[in-house]
Write a protein that binds this ligand. Structure first.
Ligand SMILES: [Zn+2]
Length: 108
């Protein structure tokens, strides 16, 4: 575990590339609708039932990480959250119509 001296965030690898910023998760969530915050609470609650996760804000997204970053909230709407789960390989999704496959990074 390595802690960046500039931003105080913890990373798995020493000197791991990242953007030090002063944006907080609360900054990112300021002004969001109650419904969007409830969706985020449900999402993070479900993830924390699996294991510990941390949220980190950047200028344009919230990063969800355990030992490594594994998901990104790239947009929060009035009644939705745009969550990106990057995969190295294509996985069929049960959220898309039959006979549909994803393209690697699927937006749900
Ligand atoms: Zn940093």
């Amino acid at each position: 575990m390595w802690t960046c001296n500039a931003c105080g965030r913890n990373f798995q690898r020493t000197n791991q590339h990242h953007c030090c910023g002063d944006q907080t998760v609360n900054d990112f969530l300021a002004g969001r609708s109650r419904q969007a915050l409830e969706i985020l609470d449900a999402l993070t609650g479900a993830l924390r039932n699996i294991g510990p996760v941390n949220l980190h804000a950047t200028k344009s997204m919230i990063v969800i990480a355990a030992d490594v970053r594994f998901a990104y909230i790239i947009q929060i709407g009035k009644n939705f959250i745009d969550l990106v789960l990057p995969f190295k390989t294509v996985h069929e999704s049960n959220l898309f119509p039959e006979n549909s496959t994803g393209t690697g990074n699927q937006r749900l």
